[in-house]
Design a protein around this ligand. Sequence first.
Ligand SMILES: NC(=O)C1=CN([C@@H]2O[C@H](COP(=O)(O)OP(=O)(O)OC[C@H]3O[C@@H](n4cnc5c(N)ncnc54)[C@H](OP(=O)(O)O)[C@@H]3O)[C@@H](O)[C@H]2O)C=CC1
Ligand SMILES: O=C(O)C1=N[C@H](C(=O)O)C[C@H](O)C1
Length: 234
Amino acid sequence: MKIALLGYGRMGKTIEQIALNKGHEIVLKVDENTVNYDITIADVAIDFSIPSVAFNNISTCLKNNVPVVSGTTGWLDKFDDAVALCKQHNGGFIYASNFSLGVNIFFELNETLAKMMKNLEQYQISMEEIHHTKKLDAPSGTAITLAEDIIKHSNKSNWALNVTKTDTEIPIVAKRIPDVPGTHTVEYSSQVDTIEIKHTAHNRDGFAQGAVVAAEWLVGKKGLFTMKDVLGLK
Ligand SMILES: NC(=O)C1=CN([C@@H]2O[C@H](COP(=O)(O)OP(=O)(O)OC[C@H]3O[C@@H](n4cnc5c(N)ncnc54)[C@H](OP(=O)(O)O)[C@@H]3O)[C@@H](O)[C@H]2O)C=CC1
Ligand SMILES: O=C(O)C1=N[C@H](C(=O)O)C[C@H](O)C1
């Protein structure tokens, strides 16, 4: 498979190693300094760039009939426009806030737990995410997915970053500590006990492996997909 890497930072480089080990070819690497490029030389593009350019990268792929996998977080105000472009050009597109198998299992656990906790008003929910200090967005895309999945099954109406106490919102604390690849915790606490689920990434390989699996799966398909489709969790 001929892969274009849109974004060649920490994730782009990790994905390159995993893709090469699986026998794929990297035909294009795009970073901040790339001026013009021909995306059509690739069978599939993988975008792990920065929030301000992700939508543009995805648009370029969809307009040129190149299926695109995006893991960039912090650009979702334009997500509906990307979905519309995907439909308009009959393209293939997967976005996931987190591509790792472990986090996608964690997403399923989180929804199951949220359903069980829905009517137990003695428990106060809170969330924490910890990432490296180079991260541009907060809260993390993964934390937002976790919160939105809880909201679907609870009496909370929104999430809020770094607030002390709120009845209607899920409070999320975002911490930045050098070199942490990504840790997410969902906690339900009462006067008598605490229930906690936690995912800790030890490195970036899980994210990158999932992105390559998603790219392999997407080639030849048309439509908007999620990691639930890729992993058969639907
Ligand atoms: N969904 C998931 O599973 C995961 C998502 N992420 C997300 O992926 C994104 C990237 O993370 P990470 O690799 O750590 O970040 P980095 O900052 O290491 O890499 C970002 C890359 O984007 C490049 N870039 C800047 N401008 C452009 C442009 N115009 N076109 C293409 N690329 C450009 C940067 O280039 P330059 O180096 O020249 O500045 C850099 O190579 C983040 O949004 C992060 O939250 C991260 C891990 C997992
Ligand atoms: O920026 C990162 O590093 C990560 N970003 C993603 C997010 O925002 O959830 C996924 C992972 O946690 C690492």
